[in-house]
Design a protein around this ligand. Sequence first.
Ligand code: HEM
Length: 436
Amino acid sequence: MDTLKVLTRIVLPTFGKGVIIRRPAVEGLAERFNLDLTAVRLMQQLRQKHGPAPLLLKIPFRPQLLLLDPRDVELVLSQSPEPFSPATKEKRAALNHLEPGNVLISNPPRRAQTRPYHEAALATSERHHPLACRFQTVIDEEIERITSTHERQELNWPLFATAWFKIVRRLVLGDSAREDKGLTDLLNHLRGRSNWAFFLRKDAKLLKEFRRIVQKYVDRSEAGSLVGFGSKDHLVDLPSQIAQWLFAFDPAGMATFRTLALLATYPEHLAAAQAEASSREIERPLTRACFLEALRLWPTTPAILRETTTEIAAAKVEAGTGLIIFTPFFHRDDANLKCAHRMEPSIWIDGNDALPLNGFIPFSAGPAICPAHNLVPLVATMAIGAVLARASIKLTSPRMDASALPGTLNHFTLKFDAQRSPSPAARTPKALQRPY
Ligand code: HEM
């Protein structure tokens, strides 16, 4: 019965919302029926009933261990790719539609080849990517375009997304990709197929076309773009790696937009973020912490999956068993967290972006941690700052209670009243004032 409950109340809604690309209608339903917090409640009941040890779900042909204790989360993530491999059957089936050679679904020897490509191009260990100066220019230009048309206007997802995906294409592929909306549409189509994983045949023709276009930008290798900054190691199957960058900037945009909603809900943090936006400093710790809070409260990767590569005799776990880390449970566990349902930027203010022992893992943790875990908060804080420097914002939909934030926040339907600031401060942060 418990396995059935997990399948219907956790697995089904998570996959229904779309793991690779969100389905707006299901996201709307999840918000309306509070499905994410219902899933957290079920996890809490399971922990109470069975204890905090990993719970084996006896799903026919695909047993899965459900992790219930942050200490196990830390242990499993720190031991990737062996014995806990990120390349699970489910992920391979999904990502095969879009990026068959991606690091995420690679075996250990292949991972050892592909992971360094991402770490170098995305400057994983650097707080500020070497191209930060150029990022700021691009972000300022695109946000200026959407905020300068009217003195007062509605800022909604379709408007924000127009700017966001131009930013993404320019940062990843270069300025010549700015208007290539066709590529984003093609990517989204393939992501839509990825959502169906095993249940849909691969569209080899469309995938070939997508890879051809990405390769064209790789060959162009524009200065100031991430593809230009990365190495040209064709052994790593560049289109497969770059597909992940293009796709993963979509959740980064959702979380950026949700951060604006959070800030608009907490006036004291909004004022502090506005001050950071006008301070001309590249390091904006409060804005960054609020962005990480948006990812904690509404994780864009709700399920981090692993698969055992060997038998773990001590735990009676067979090789090939799946492991599920359902992040909303750890991020919103109000049995253990006072701040479960409100924003608490102080969690992140000392500069961390992964606290696995506390169960806070928006970018995962360990050797397979998202290699953009520094890049994404940088780009997001720049975009948030660019909006706040140009407009004062008020959240008009939905209404949010600062002491009891909703389990799901549908980014597609967020709306702000944006009033152009009297003297729009199109400021370039101090540390960035050097010619690109
Ligand atoms: C809100 C934005 C993002 C979040 C929350 C996020 C989170 C994650 C998570 C949880 C993983 C899985 C790690 C694991 O299995 O342990 C991951 C993997 C990855 N992410 Fe991100 N990511 C984001 C954006 C990006 C962006 C923009 C890029 C590239 C520009 C990127 C590149 C990657 C890559 C290449 C991997 C595979 C890493 C590996 O398997 O070694 N991510 N990300």
